[in-house]
Design a protein around this ligand. Sequence first.
Ligand SMILES: Nc1nc2c(ncn2[C@@H]2O[C@H](COP(=O)(O)OP(=O)(O)OP(=O)(O)O)[C@@H](O)[C@H]2O)c(=O)[nH]1
Ligand SMILES: [Mg+2]
Length: 442
Amino acid sequence: MEHIMTENKPLTATTQTRNALISGITKRQDNFDYTMTELGELAKAAGYAVVADVRQKADFPTGATYFGKGKVEEIREAAVLHEADVIIVNDELSPSQLRNLEKQIKRRVVDRTQLILDIFGTRARSKQAKMQVEIAQLRYALPRLRNQSAGFDQQGGGSTGGGGAALANRGSGETQLEMDKRILTKRISHIKHELIEEEQSEQTRSSQRTASDIPTVALVGYTNAGKSTTMNGLLSLYADRPEDKQVFEKNMLFATLDTSVRRIELPGNRQFLLSDTVGFVGKLPTKLVDSFKATLAEAKNADLLIHVVDFADQHYPEMMQVTEKTLRDIGIAEDVPVIEAYNKADLRGDATAFPEVNGNQLVYSARDDASLQQLAAMIEERIFADQVTATYLIPFTDGAAVNYINSVAKVDQTDYNETGTLITATMSKAQAVKVQQYIVEE
Ligand SMILES: Nc1nc2c(ncn2[C@@H]2O[C@H](COP(=O)(O)OP(=O)(O)OP(=O)(O)O)[C@@H](O)[C@H]2O)c(=O)[nH]1
Ligand SMILES: [Mg+2]
């Protein structure tokens, strides 16, 4: 079964750049041009050079071949002319559309779903992310398995798409196809099982966190918006421990696939946990969203979301819509408060002033300290909103309560009298409940 796994190898390291033709149907999408630009970016992220672009103006795809007859021929000719090895299509194709197109164009066809799965496959680093991506890839490949060769090279490109050809022939009794399907199905349930075990240990970790009463804040948003850069900026100003590592940030799509959680400590012992999450993109395959639900659990359980937006990209409104829709699909409660954080203000040509706050919106740059301080102040205002300030008289016999207050609260004053320690402190209601029997003044 190992040979199925090899599909996860980085494309660029093992294969030279392949030429791709990108293609799509306008349908009735307002933002069609943008989705094509993005398809080109996704292709580059997967290691392709985009050499041609063919579009069809139509309201609906043609059933059997997705594109109309004339357009299929045009794509075939353009592929020959521009020496494209691979045809990339802007939608998810049905298994038969994919097969028919490959037969007629005599090139490997990759749909948008496959492309995104490929990128995720090359970016996944942690065990959990790798398993999540592999499940999504296998679920995509299963209905697309087929008997040998459509008469062209199906290998390479790092995809599971032509999986049928990649499996060894074990012969006898079962057909090759049945055998391949059985192997894939078995592998899917095997990884699912492992993943559940992994997630359970993960859940224990995050429930331990909740138990510690520390509020959690999650950075969410479109890929490349600047979530990781924002996390790193906040870390460099407010890291609780110097050894807290910076997360990976890069100008590429899907730089982050794993959720990282770091502890931030604002002045006055105001701690919270900040998590950086996987970015979203238009038409993110539902299978992939499903598999990443566990990773995104951090966002789901958050007390506050920071929706990071690339304000320097003219398509930011569409990106915000996609993000909001994806969050709904994941089942993130609509009542979780959100800060809309319009990032990269420094890159806007129109001399946008920043940092600037307007209600729950912040225009800022993740590379600017004043901006990050402003963001921290907004976070503080929201997650520590239900704080109570009180004076506690703690008998000398309960040193643990004193330690607890010192570790979670913002302590305003400490005094001693003959019966115990008098502390005036501010902390969340949830924390205050634990020492409420000692309250002498509110
Ligand atoms: N000029 C400028 N560049 C920024 C700013 N914030 C982020 N960037 C750059 O934008 C690129 C993407 O940033 P990341 O922080 O990796 O984006 P991300 O949202 O984590 O992206 P994914 O992990 O792919 O979802 C990087 O090259 C950053 O250096 C900013 O405020 N100004
Ligand atoms: Mg990132």
